[in-house]
Ligand binder design. Structure first.
Ligand SMILES: [Zn+2]
Length: 335
C-alpha cells in the first residue's frame, strides 16, 4: 500500500482526494467497511489494476498510519518526509470507530433515523417519534400549539419523502464526471499561466542575486567604496525581498476555489448514492448538512437548502439527471 501511495496517489490529486474520503466517511460512524467500499468505488476509486478495492483493502488503508505522516519499517516508527494526507485526529477517529465495531453489541433500543431532523410545517414544533403496533411513526409534539392539526406519518412514507428530497440535490454520474473534467481543465490552465508568472519572478530574483555577486566583486576589487557598496547592496536586497514575498503569496493563494467546487460535485453525487441505497441514517445526516431548515407538512417533507445547494434543488428533474450534453451545461453551471 505504501508503494501504491507514494507512486500513484501523490502524483494523482483525484486518488489523493478519494482515499482521504475513505477516512472521512468511515469516521462518521454511519458507514460499514462495505458501505465505504461501495461509495468510494462508485465515486471512481479503483485499484491500480482497475479492480474494485476489497473490503480488506479498505480496512488496511484505514489502519495505515502512513496517511497521517508516520510509517513503520522493520517494526520501527519513522517520521515520514511526505506531506500527510489526513490529520492525525481523523485517523484516530477511524481507529475508534473500528474498535467500537469489534466490541460485542448490547441489545440496542429501537432507533428512529428521522428523529431530531424535522419541524412541523404548521406550528413549528419538533417532530418526534414513537412505536405503535410494531411500526415507527413520526408526529408533531404540539408542545406550543395544542390545536395543530397535523397527523402521524409512518416511517416508510417519511423515508420515501426524504429520499425524494435527496434526489433533488443529486447529480447523475455523467454530469459529475463532466463537471470534474471541466474543473481539471481550468486548473491546468490556471497552473500554466501561474507557472509563467512565477517563473518571471524567479528569473528576476536570480538576476538580483547575480547583481549582488558583481557588486561584491567590485567592492573587493576596490572599484567601488565601502559606502557605495553598502548603499547599493541594501537597495538590491530590499528589492529581492519584495519579489520573494510576492512569489510566496502567489504560491500560497493559488486556486483555492477549486477544491470546494470539487467537494460540492462529489457530495452532490453522493446524495444520489445515498438516496438509491436507502441508507436512512446517512441520508438524514446528509440532508442536515446541506440544509438550514427542514419541515414536515401534510405528510410532505420540504427542505431549505444552504446556498450552493439551491441551484441543484431548484432545477427541473430532467436537467439534473440528464446525460451531460453541451446544450445543457450553460443552464446553471457556476462560472
Ligand atoms: Zn404541529
Amino acid at each position: 500500500m505504501n508503494d501504491l501511495l507514494k507512486h500513484t496517489i501523490y502524483k494523482d490529486p483525484e486518488r489523493f482526494r478519494l482515499v482521504r474520503k475513505i477516512f472521512e466517511l468511515y469516521a462518521t460512524g454511519n458507514y460499514s467497511l462495505k458501505d465505504v467500499r461501495k461509495l468510494i468505488t462508485s465515486a471512481g476509486l479503483l485499484s491500480r489494476k482497475k479492480n474494485m478495492l476489497s473490503v480488506s483493502n479498505i480496512q488496511s488503508i484505514l489502519s495505515n498510519s502512513f496517511y497521517y505522516g508516520v510509517f513503520k519499517y522493520n517494526g520501527e516508527m519513522y517520521d515520514g518526509k511526505h506531506e500527510p494526507m489526513i490529520a492525525k485526529k481523523l485517523f484516530e477517529a477511524c481507529q475508534k470507530v473500528m474498535a467500537d465495531r469489534s466490541r460485542p453489541k448490547k441489545p440496542s433500543q429501537k432507533e428512529y433515523p428521522f428523529r431530531n431532523m424535522l419541524n412541523c410545517g404548521e406550528c413549528g414544533c419538533a417532530i418526534t417519534s414513537e412505536t405503535q403496533k410494531g411500526h415507527s411513526y413520526y408526529r408533531c409534539t404540539k408542545k406550543r400549539d395544542k390545536k395543530c392539526s397535523q397527523k402521524y406519518i409512518r416511517e416508510e412514507v417519511l423515508a420515501e419523502e426524504v429520499a425524494n428530497e435527496l434526489q433533488k440535490v443529486s447529480l447523475s454520474s455523467a454530469w459529475a464526471e463532466w463537471m470534474l473534467g471541466e474543473l481539471n481543465k481550468e486548473e491546468a490552465e490556471a497552473a500554466q499561466s501561474g507557472a509563467v508568472f512565477a517563473q518571471n519572478l524567479k528569473d528576476k530574483i536570480k538576476e538580483l542575486e547575480g547583481k549582488l555577486d558583481l557588486l561584491l566583486d567590485a567592492h573587493l576589487d576596490g572599484t567601488i567604496s565601502r559606502e557605495e557598496y553598502i548603499a547599493k547592496k541594501e537597495k538590491i536586497i530590499t528589492e529581492k525581498a519584495e519579489l520573494s514575498e510576492k512569489l510566496k503569496d502567489f504560491e500560497r493563494n493559488g486556486n483555492h476555489w477549486l477544491e470546494p467546487a470539487r467537494q460540492f460535485i462529489l457530495a452532490a453525487q453522493q446524495a444520489k448514492i445515498i438516496a438509491l441505497q436507502e441508507n436512512p441514517v446517512a441520508g438524514r445526516d446528509f440532508i442536515k448538512r446541506i440544509s438550514s431548515n427542514r419541515v414536515l407538512l401534510s405528510q410532505k417533507v420540504a427542505i431549505e437548502p444552504k446556498k450552493s445547494w439551491q441551484i441543484l434543488y431548484n432545477l427541473p428533474a430532467e436537467a439534473r439527471s440528464a446525460e451531460a450534453t453541451n446544450s445543457q451545461h450553460t443552464i446553471w453551471l457556476p462560472r
